[in-house]
Design a protein around this ligand. Structure first.
Ligand code: PLP
Length: 399
């Protein structure tokens, strides 16, 4: 049996498994609405024009040196402005400890490790449902997990009453993981008014909000609007944590560029926290990758390129919003007796369709349509060309 005889194959990742099955299907009609990556209206992956231009500027100016342990200072500066606001006093007062992270996943993991190291008895409250990797991240950081109500299956919307009860009933000073916008997998976000109530109750209970913001700009098309939840918490004087990612909103998936920030009481505390975050990163990967960070800082430091980026994010969000309308209208015009309002009420990359695991199996086996068995449709995989086919198949399996 040797050294590794006791090693069993790991369970397949539910999301990556869908892509494998899709690739293996020879049908010309096959549709992949499983994967959480943007596709254009021809179903092709996209490299943004602003990114292509940044690449052109880099190519004549190669530099392969290490970044500082905490990552690119210029990238972090611009990234914090997106989350905390262009003219944030918190940034000016240097109250934010921030390090470049390996995209959103790495930012969450760094935070989870930090939480464990400095508050070893703390737990994390996670919404039901959530991005499946959240469970893995806090599990591997050895932080015990609790859950809070979030999605309401009957209305296919927010279980606001359940959420507020859980917030009230959690022990004072609990940690909560919140999706800043475009909740994955449900596409259900609290309204602005609801965020204000949540923030108020967090104040009363002295809870800590950790925002995972993987889709800034992707929900509404406007990064400022998508930062609203965070801004409300800041207005109320919370000390938050935040994971940011450029995977989706800049299409830099494989570059692994993101940022973890922790808002502190003052500059001195921020310096200490940052140094500890670096200390956690050091034995894992020493310092983060340089190329993606350079792309981001070139784009965000040049007003023209930044405007181009804003236009392109809006273009992606608008295409998705348009596909939501098209999918709903197609289902309605097929005479479906079910309500499909939630398709257009939900926001961001995903539509939590309400399809059962059996209906999803049916879609896959009969219609070659691939998605996770929780009924999550990646709207980014829906195109003018396949929306009719998709609607018809959904209608057939839900009749
Ligand atoms: N958080 C959420 C809610 C996500 O949906 C994702 C990506 O699917 C991520 C974080 C992290 O993505 P990445 O590590 O590619 O930035």
């Amino acid at each position: 049996t040797g050294w590794w005889g006791g090693v069993e194959p790991a369970a397949k990742d539910p999301i990556l498994g869908v892509t494998e099955a899709f690739l293996a299907d020879p049908s010309p009609n096959k549709v992949n609405v499983g994967v959480g990556a943007y596709r254009d209206d021809d179903g092709k992956p996209v490299v943004l024009e602003c990114v292509r231009e940044a690449e052109r500027r880099i190519s004549g100016n190669l530099n392969m040196e290490y970044l500082p342990m905490g990552g690119s200072i210029r990238m972090i500066e611009e990234t914090l402005k997106l989350a905390y606001g262009e003219n944030s006093e918190l940034i000016k007062d240097k109250r934010i400890a921030a390090v470049q992270a390996l995209s959103g996943t790495g930012a969450c993991r760094l935070f989870a490790d930090f939480q464990k190291r400095f508050l070893p008895d703390s737990q994390i409250y996670i919404p039901v449902p959530t991005w499946s990797n959240h469970h893995n991240i806090w599990r591997d950081a050895h932080v015990p997990q609790r859950t809070f109500h979030y999605y309401h299956p009957e209305s296919k919307g927010l279980d606001f009453a359940g959420l507020m009860d859980d917030v009230k009933n959690a022990p004072n000073g609990s940690f909560f993981l919140l999706h800043a916008c475009a909740h994955n997998p449900t596409g259900v976000d609290p309204s602005e008014e609801q965020w204000r109530e949540i923030s108020y109750q967090f104040k009363v209970k002295n809870h800590f909000a950790f925002f995972d913001m993987a889709y800034q700009g992707f929900a509404s098309g406007d990064p400022e609007r998508d930062a609203k939840a965070i801004r409300i918490f800041l207005e109320d004087g919370h000390l938050i944590g935040c994971a940011q990612s450029y995977a989706k909103n800049m299409g830099l998936y494989g570059q692994r560029v993101g940022c973890l920030s922790v808002l502190c009481e003052d500059e001195m505390q921020a310096v200490a926290v940052k140094s500890q975050l670096q200390q956690i990163a050091r034995p894992m990967y020493s310092n983060p990758p340089v190329h993606g960070a350079l792309i981001v800082s070139i784009i965000l430091n040049d007003p023209d390129l930044k405007n181009l980026w804003l236009k392109e994010v809006k273009g992606m969000a608008d295409r998705i919003i348009g596909m939501r309308t098209a999918l709903r209208e197609n289902l309605e015009s097929l005479g479906s007796s079910l309500s499909w309002e939630h398709i257009t009420n939900q926001i961001g990359m995903f539509c939590y369709s309400g399809l059962t695991p059996e209906q999803v199996d049916h879609l896959t086996n009969e219609f070659h349509i691939y998605m996770t068995r929780n009924g999550r449709i990646s709207m980014a995989g829906v195109t003018t060309g396949n929306v009719g086919y998709l609607a018809n198949a959904i209608h057939e399996v839900t009749k």
